[in-house]
Design a protein around this ligand. Structure first.
Ligand SMILES: C[S@@+](CC[C@H](N)C(=O)[O-])C[C@H]1O[C@@H](n2cnc3c(N)ncnc32)[C@H](O)[C@@H]1O
Length: 706
């Protein structure tokens, strides 16, 4: 019996949460067509078939990553896990059986990815596991831990993203790999790199935004295009200067049959049609990615499918199209500890009529077939990851390097309208959904006659901008509102004030002021009529009417780190920074709006009294040699309030003060909620909540597009 579309998520659920009723369906873990197809493909030696196939039917272990744009913080969470939880999870037996403690994924850098194989009953009934579950839930709630399939963590690692890189993730939703790319760019403070995350599905793009928002990256922009036609992005006012990327991720839509261990629907729904119908879209997306890539840049093509038609056949076709200009990198030395197989250099092709085909038969595109040049093309350097090798899902990854610029393939080069292809495979559902606002003729490169041509995705009508998507408008650096905020918060002149923007047609600050990294300024301002941007920037300030007369622009927690870096600390300035120790922080976590006369730390009180009402930056000393932790705080008329979401407060209490409470329920004594208090601004965000509910990252890598 399996529950449709749900996985065993018990380790990450609040202990009291209940499953929604309904939805039970019986799905048998067998599919004769799947078995026949993959046996005939020899994807594993005959002697391994039983082991492979048995593993495919077993439930996948839970895996998670310690996340965040601060590597330092991630290492601290890892150390908490390693020192305060894992030792208590060893040598536990349950009903006579030894329970396996969590283990590190050996190939993931810095011990930041983990795997757990443990049943629900143990978690509920064994105290150390119940305590461990609370830790996971609390850290997941604040985004410090993310559940993600082990194999899905591989592509971003192979890209080796650096903080100065321009990166594009062409099929990004719901964003588990985008999160890794953003984290890599933020390996240093204030990096100059940017991440463009794109998905053709509008709803899923909003899931992506929700998922990566917690990383608070001003270097991220989210777009909503068909990746096959991803538009060129102009980056200079004059001339033909377009953005080229150091790193490209093509984690393409696929049949997803490698996810059969968590998506049991694969067993019911698998058909040869799924992979065949995506083959051409996959070639087109990879081809577009290679166009967007800088010479010397790297691209990963990946799928969660085992099917050579979606994998090696696509890769081989791309190398033929780009012969001499791209190569497949041998990754044997990368990610030591990861068991992987070589790419296949021969395979069979089955038609939709379930008959094996031969290359001479009409109706099947030549690119589906192995053509005898696969070894020469380096297809063996592709990587296959199989479920029985290290207890994972199935996955396929190829790392490309662009070794030379093709004068005739540069996105900025001369363009011509392509001849109509006559043997177009039926395009998949996601393609039907795609919004191809961009001018396709602009995107198609001139190929030499000898180059095989990619089949053209059909040009669609230009769609009107989605009415719900407000435009991004930059504010002038000397706008009176900006002047006012800068003075009130003592922000230094080195802050890039030209990178502040609003999201409304008037271009006036009404509700929220956002900040994007200056590198994104031309990306947004020069392309807003051609590129459909749906997210950019982090919130710095939100307007609050009740604060007129003070400074009505409240600092937002996602903008804290950026603003804090630029606070002017000139002697004599009424800098809005106060400092306290861990004791006071603990009080502020427990009590909402403690009155001034309730504060024990008189030095802290004096600092508050020296300031006017409004937002302040609270620096907390955590120990000698360590940088203080900084929080936004409200200095009211007679009280203070730590402006933290309740999940963050619960996390602080658990991790820093070792106080275990019911996770997610908040821990503060409710003297008054911020909204009720007459002394402070409402805590509610001025922006609408995310339009799409958060979903698990692993669901997204499913066969949704099949
Ligand atoms: C395998 S999922 C990507 C998973 C994602 N990289 C992650 O790690 O969370 C494939 C994504 O491609 C999107 N997609 C499908 N067709 C597309 C197209 N033509 N252009 C861009 N995105 C597309 C789907 O909406 C889906 O979100």
């Amino acid at each position: 019996m399996g529950r449709r579309g749900r996985n065993d998520n018990s380790l990450f659920q609040h202990p009291r949460s209940r499953d929604q009723p309904g939805g039970w369906v019986e799905i048998q873990k067998q599919n004769a067509a799947f078995e026949e197809y993959y046996k005939a493909q020899d994807i594993v030696p005959e002697s391994e078939w039983e082991t492979f196939f048995d593993k495919c039917k077993q439930t996948l272990p839970v895996t998670f990553r310690i996340t965040g744009t601060s590597h330092h913080d991630a290492l601290q969470i890892r150390d908490t896990l390693v020192n305060e939880y894992v030792p208590f999870l060893k040598n536990i037996t349950w009903e006579g059986e030894e329970v396996e403690p969590p283990t590190k994924l050996p190939w993931y850098p810095d011990g930041l990815a983990w795997q757990i194989r443990v049943g629900k009953t143990v978690i509920r009934k064994s105290k150390p596991f119940a305590r461990f579950q609370r830790f996971l839930v609390v850290e997941t709630d604040v985004g410090n831990i993310s559940r993600q399939e082990a194999v899905s963590m591989i592509p971003p690692l192979l890209l080796d993203v650096q903080p100065h890189h321009a990166v594009i993730d062409l099929c990004a939703a719901p964003g588990s790999k985008t999160a890794q790319l953003i984290e890599a760019v933020h390996a240093v403070a204030d990096p100059t790199g940017i991440v463009v995350a794109n998905d053709s599905d509008h709803k899923r793009s909003h899931m992506l935004i929700h998922q990566v928002k917690r990383l608070n990256s001003p270097n991220l922009v989210v777009t909503n295009h068909d990746a096959q036609l991803f538009p060129r992005i102009r980056i200079a006012d004059e001339g033909e200067s377009y953005l080229r990327y150091d790193r490209v991720l093509c984690d393409v839509p696929c049949s997803g049959d490698g996810t059969m261990r968590k998506n049991i629907n694969v067993w019911r729904d698998w058909s040869i049609h799924n992979g065949l119908s995506l083959h051409q879209t996959q070639i087109n997306i990879l081809n577009r990615g290679l166009h967007l890539l800088k010479p010397g840049g790297k691209l990963v093509y990946s799928t969660c499918s085992l099917n050579p038609i979606e994998n090696e056949a696509v890769v081989a076709q791309a190398i033929r199209m780009w012969r001499g200009k791209v190569r497949v990198v041998d990754c044997a030395e990368l990610l030591p500890g990861l068991v992987r197989r070589k790419g296949m250099t021969s395979w069979k092709v089955m038609g939709k009529d379930k008959q094996w085909k031969d290359a001479t038969e009409d109706g099947m595109p030549a690119s589906c077939f192995a053509q005898g040049d696969e070894v020469e093309l380096g297809v063996e350097n592709c990587m296959r990851v199989y479920p029985h090798d290290q207890d994972t899902g199935g996955f396929f990854i190829t790392l490309f390097e662009k070794v030379a610029e093709a004068a005739d393939t540069a996105p900025a080069g001369p363009l011509k309208r392509k001849a109509k292809a006559d043997n177009v495979l039926e395009q998949n559902g996601s393609d039907k959904r795609a919004k191809a606002e961009s001018d396709a003729s602009e995107l198609e490169p001139i190929h030499s006659e000898a180059d095989p041509q990619p089949l053209a995705p059909k040009k669609k009508e230009r769609l009107p901008r989605d009415a719900n998507e407000e435009p991004f408008k930059f504010l002038s650096a000397d706008h009176p509102t900006i002047e006012n905020c800068w003075k009130f918060y003592s922000i230094a002149d080195d802050f890039p004030r030209t990178s502040l923007l609003v999201r409304n047609a008037t271009g006036e600050p009404v509700r929220t002021i956002y900040y994007v990294h200056p590198q994104l300024h031309p990306v947004i301002s020069l392309n807003d009529t051609k590129v459909k941007f749906i997210h950019a920037g982090i919130k710095l300030f939100a307007y609050q009417k009740t604060l007129e007369g003070i400074c009505p622009w409240r600092v937002q927690s996602e903008g804290m780190a950026v603003l804090y870096r630029h606070i002017a600390r000139k002697a004599g300035d009424a800098v809005r920074v106060v400092r306290c120790g861990l004791d006071t922080l603990e009080t502020l976590c427990h009590v909402t709006f403690p009155k001034f006369n309730e504060l024990k730390d008189k030095e802290f009180l004096n600092q508050l009294l020296a300031l006017t009402e409004g937002c302040v930056f609270l620096e907390v000393d955590v120990g000698e040699g360590d940088k203080p932790i900084v929080f936004p705080m409200w200095r009211g008329r007679g009280s203070v309030n730590l402006m933290l979401p309740k999940q963050d407060t619960a996390e602080l209490l658990l991790r820093v003060f070792k106080i275990e409470n019911v996770p997610g329920n908040g821990n503060k004594q409710e003297h008054a909620t911020p909204a009720e208090s007459t002394d402070a601004p409402a805590e509610t965000e001025s922006e609408a909540p995310p339009t799409a509910e958060q979903t698990e990252t692993d669901v997204a890598e499913s066969i949704e597009t099949a």
